[in-house]
Design a protein around this ligand. Structure first.
Ligand code: 9UX
Length: 72
């Protein structure tokens, strides 16, 4: 089933950072859409829980040089 999760993101300093994270997350198998808000420092990801976990998404963002953590 599709799941939607909101994360907190730190380390972004420009609009291109947000775009990089969106593109990086979108490329992951199982991610349906990724939306990053630079001002609010959030990422909202819609994904198929059969194919990917939040943990894998957080690791991907770490690899890109930012920090993403679960919000709730
Ligand atoms: Mo521009 Mo944001 O190099 O890191 S993408 S500041």
């Amino acid at each position: 089933a599709l799941n939607k999760e909101e994360f907190a993101v730190t380390g972004m300093t420009c609009a291109a950072c947000a775009t990089r994270i969106e593109k990086g997350l979108s490329k992951l198998n199982g991610v349906f859409s990724a939306n990053v808000n630079l001002a609010l420092e959030t990422a909202t990801v819609t994904y198929n829980e059969k194919d990917i976990t939040p943990r894998e998404m957080m690791q991907k963002v770490k690899d890109l040089g930012y920090e993403m953590t679960k919000k709730e």
